[in-house]
Structure formats: C-alpha cells, structure tokens
Design a protein around this ligand. Structure first.
Ligand code: PLP
Length: 403
C-alpha cells in the first residue's frame, strides 16, 4: 500500500528533503501537534504514536504535569551554566540519585553524551582506583549494540551503516556476542574497567537476553572488579514495567536519557556511587547545557511521575495485553515477537512485505511505527496508553498483514 501525500503535506516533505542532510528516511507524514498518545498532521489526520520518540515520550505528548513544570521554569530562569548553582540543580540530582539508589549523578543532554561520560568515568576509575596501567583500559561491549553516534561510540558498533567511513576508530573496546556470558567472561582481563551493555537491546530489535545473563554479568563484574554499566537510555524509566530494565540486578552505573527529558528537552545523566563518580575533579568533564534549570525542572517532574509507580504498572498490565495480542499474530504475518512491558520488537514475514512497507501501510491506517533492520518493527507507545488504544494499533497491524 502506498501512502497518499496531500497537497499540504507535500511542500513540507519537499522542503525537508531539499534542505537537510539525508541522515534519516522519515515516513511521509508532517506532524503539527500532539496530545497524549496521539499526534495530528497538517491535514488534521490523527495517528496513534507507537514510536513515542524512540521512548523519549514515555509520558506521551505534552503531559500536563511536565508542560506545567516547563512553563513555570520558562518564566523564571532557563540557563545558568554549571559555573553557578541554580535552585533546581541540587533537588534534581538528589531526586534522581534516590530514584536510582545511587550516591551521585552527573547530568548531560543526549544519550550519547551520557554514554561518553560513562566511558570516560570508567577509564579514569580504572586508572585511579583499579590500578590499570595508563592507556591500557579496555571495555567489554556487545555485538549489535546501539549506544549513540559519536566517533568513539560508533568505533565499537557492529552496524556497518553506523560505523563504515568514520574511522580511524577509538581503540579499547572488546566486542562479544550479546547474551553470551561465557564470551563476556573470557573477554575480561586485568585491563578491563567496565562492561557496557543495554539490558535489552532496543535498536537491534528489542532483544531480551536469557534470564541468567544480567545476574551473570553482575556476578562476573563483581568478582573481577569491573564496573557494570547499564545503558538504560531506551530501556529505562518505566518502559519495561519497572523503573529500570536491569532490575532486580543493580549495575554500578546507570546511563539514562530520552524519557528523562519528558519529551520536552534533552536530558541525560549517569548515576553511580561516590567511589566511581567521585573520580572526577573540576574541569575534567562537563557540558554547557548539562543540568540547566529548564532541564532539571522538567526532569524533576518526570521523576515525580515515575515515583507514583503508575506508569510502570500500566506498562506491565497493558504491556501484557500488547504481547498477548501480538503473539497471536505469530504465524499469521509475524515470524517473531520479543520484548517486555510496552516495548515490542516484531518481525514481519519478509515474504509478505518489508518493515518499511508495513510502516507505510500502518501510517495509512493511522498508526505511527518505525522499522529497523529490514523486517523488524519496534512498538513502543507512551506508557499511559490504554488497552483500547493498543487494540487500535494491533487491529491495524493485523489488517496490514492480511492486505
Ligand atoms: C540504548 C541507547 N543508548 C544511547 C542512545 C543515544 O541517545 P541519543 O540519541 O540521545 O544520543 C540511544 C538512542 O537511541 C539508545 O537507544
């Protein structure tokens, strides 16, 4: 099915195509407004948002509590830089540390910056605390990872689209298959300062590791004096039905982003103990915008929403409904369904259509989703979505698979 492009949509699409680098391949829809789990395009057509900003919109579009926090802060002060302390900073750090059960947090802006922060902190911890010889630190990572787009991060990507043509690459990373505890254990030696993994691999297609994997990673990191860094940028903050997807396993460092900014401003952070984040001294790391007053005010409202537990609970119950309905489609157009909570990776039978074609057909039926790796779709609606709204999405998918 092809998507009809309206006379109002066309010029916006053409202008975007003409004036931006082609580093994305967006679906042909031009969004003008959003509320809750729904967005409206320039023609007034409504769509159920099942991408939710790659989980940056866990609380939906323009959640009233988040918008109120942003408005209130816009009327007071938005940026100070970390050269001065502002009145949202301490409360934000304390509240996020409490949410994570950690001593300290370090705020940044994007997920990639937070991952970079985690890598730098782990290396410094390795030299100053663990006693790794200078310049020798290694970090064990997983194949098919997605941790962001900086030069260092793509140096340990196994995705040719992300990596090719951007060398020379940053050394110091060992790549092992995801979910393979033996391989991970074998890759650790005395130079290893950290294991950096996603508790569930999002971009790879919502890959859930075997149940004994994260507890095993925790145990080997503890026994080998290696930091366990969990990149929860996409998996964290309620998406899987708990605040952190790694739960009940507790990593040494959380890397957070996306939903922390409430879909309003980019906010990311790492959270860890004094022993780890305490290695940083003034001037050694920073960001002009990291921890700004607007970001902190919005993120505090995000943390307050998470502290109610309502979003995690809804992700569990409505997520169970989502998975039940999706699993019923395996063998009827889907070849596999993976995931947890309100997060699903579904594989479309490649004999039927590509993932892109499925997304275009869903768009025509009023559902927004995005493909990854050929025939996989990720479904990640906002966490307050209802079972009825999930039915709207799955009914549309079912119709697309039959068409
Ligand atoms: C697990 C994970 N880490 C890091 C990132 C990078 O975040 P950002 O795009 O905000 O830099 C992403 C983005 O999708 C992600 O999924």
């Amino acid at each position: 099915m092809t998507t009809a492009v309206s006379s109002s949509t066309g010029p916006f699409l053409d202008q975007a195509e003409r004036w931006t680098a082609h580093n994305y391949h967006p679906l042909p829809v031009v969004i003008a407004s959003g509320e809750g789990a729904w967005v409206t395009d320039v023609d007034g057509r409504r769509y159920l948002d099942c991408l939710a900003g790659y989980s940056a919109l866990n609380f939906g579009h323009r959640h009233p509590a988040l918008i109120a926090a942003a408005h209130a802060q816009l009327d007071r002060i938005t940026l100070t830089s970390r050269a001065f302390v502002h009145d949202q900073f301490g409360p934000f750090c304390e509240e996020l540390a409490a949410l994570c059960g950690k001593d300290l947090v370090l705020p940044m802006n994007t997920g990639a910056e937070a991952v970079e922060t985690a890598i730098k902190v782990a290396r410094k911890w390795g030299y100053k605390v663990k006693g790794v010889p200078d310049g020798q630190a290694t970090i064990v990572v997983a194949a098919d990872n997605f941790h962001g787009r900086t030069t260092t991060i793509i140096s340990f990507s196994t995705d040719p689209d992300a990596r090719a043509d951007y060398g020379p690459y940053t050394p110091g990373f060992r790549i092992v298959p995801y979910g393979d505890l033996d391989a991970l254990t074998s890759a650790i030696d005395d130079t290893t300062v950290a294991v950096l993994i996603e508790p569930i691999q999002g971009e790879a297609g919502v890959l859930v590791p075997p149940p004994d994997y994260l507890p095993g990673v925790r145990a080997v990191c503890t026994s080998r004096d290696v930091l366990f860094i969990a990149d929860e940028v996409q998996s964290g903050l309620g998406r899987t039905g708990s605040t952190f997807a790694s739960s009940p396993v507790v990593p040494d460092m959380y890397v957070l982003g996306k939903a922390l900014g409430g879909g309003i401003v980019p906010v990311s952070a790492v959270a860890a103990s004094h022993d780890i984040l305490g290695v940083l001294r003034p001037g050694e790391h920073g960001s002009t915008f990291g921890g700004n007053p607007l970001a902190c005010a919005v993120a505090r409202a995000v943390i307050a929403l998470l502290n109610t537990g309502e979003f995690q609970a809804n992700a569990r119950t409505v997520g169970a409904h989502l998975h039940e309905r999706l699993n019923a489609l395996v063998g009827h157009g889907l070849t596999a369904v993976r995931g947890r909570g309100l997060w699903a990776g579904i594989d479309i039978d490649p004999a039927l259509m590509t993932g892109r074609q499925a997304c275009e057909a869903l768009l025509a039926r009023g559902v927004l989703a995005k493909d990854t790796h050929g025939s996989t779709l990720r479904l990640a609606p906002p966490l307050h979505v209802t079972a009825e709204e999930v039915d709207v999405a799955v009914d549309a998918l079912q119709a697309v698979l039959k068409s």
